[in-house]
Design a protein around this ligand. Sequence first.
Ligand code: UD1
Length: 344
Amino acid sequence: MGKRILITGGAGYIGSHTAVELQNAGYEVVIVDNLSNSNENVIDGITRITGIRPAFEKLDCNDKEGMRAVFAKYPGIEGIIHFAASKAVGESVQKPLLYYRNNLVSLMNLLELMPEFDVKGIVFSSSCTVYGQPDILPVDESAPIKPALSPYGNTKQICEEIVRDTIHAGAPFRAILLRYFNPIGAHPSAEIGELPLGVPQNLIPYLTQTAIGIRQELSVFGNDYNTPDGSCIRDYINVVDLAKAHVIAMGRMIEKKSENNIETFNLGTGRGVSVLELINSFERATGVKVPHKIVGRREGDIEQVWANPEYANNVLGWKAVETLDDTLASAWKWQVRLREKGIM
Ligand code: UD1
């Protein structure tokens, strides 16, 4: 048996892709997920891809006694990847306390339980949102943290600080903070992918749902930004590429390959793509048209942000390799699969 890893939020979008890559790399995976924004049949998808059924516990990470029981039930967990969190920017503005409780308490529970069970390290899912609108692009890890524009963004900043302070206070484990840019796409098998509940807030699920006819028209939020075509620019990274970075980070942490107890990495491609370019790429990659119209700016949007991923490239020996067209094609294949299965 390989080393045992706990994935919180492992039935979610990035968590499920990471479970696949960890199992493919020989790790034994235990998933904890409260299924608040996911479905238990994701576990079946992971099983079909890898041939291995990960252990699954339906549980909220805010339930500390429940989490303690999970560590006791699965002895020898060596590392944690903590994805479980609420992540809708707009909802966080409406329900700030829900976001602070969910995102902060779950992390603190894990950090308190780790020494009890000799867990060697934790990978924390952070976001490029901590940079706000960076002064220098591409943005590297030394860029200043900007005041958060939403409670959701603030939880990512505070959680980073909680981890940092805990390590600095001499906690007997290591930590890696991974700052994701915009993860998109699905596993090439189309067995797992992004499955938003209700009307999608993020660009790609809205785009693929429009392309398949569930939504009438995609709204492009603004074409008067100070960018070449006026629409916002992001760094869209393939979710499988992103998942693979977690496997490397985990190995680095539990094998103590770094001199530092805590490290921070940007996970992006290094390429900025505008909303309008992305729509064009999707249409080219799939041959499917996306009805869209320009509307006003969305409150709180950053104008442009893309990663300098060199630190991750050099230190982790990791690089995003999938092309944007293949990634968009994978998102489309997943949307078509959802239709075939009658899910949407
Ligand atoms: C947001 C959050 C990020 C979070 C991520 C996942 C901020 C600044 N960013 O990323 O922290 O991790 O969601 O929940 O809070 N767009 C449209 N039409 C749409 C939807 C989006 O034009 O219907 C545009 C947006 O204006 C943006 C781009 O597409 O320029 C990407 O938007 P989205 O997918 O929502 O991600 P972010 O806002 O970048």
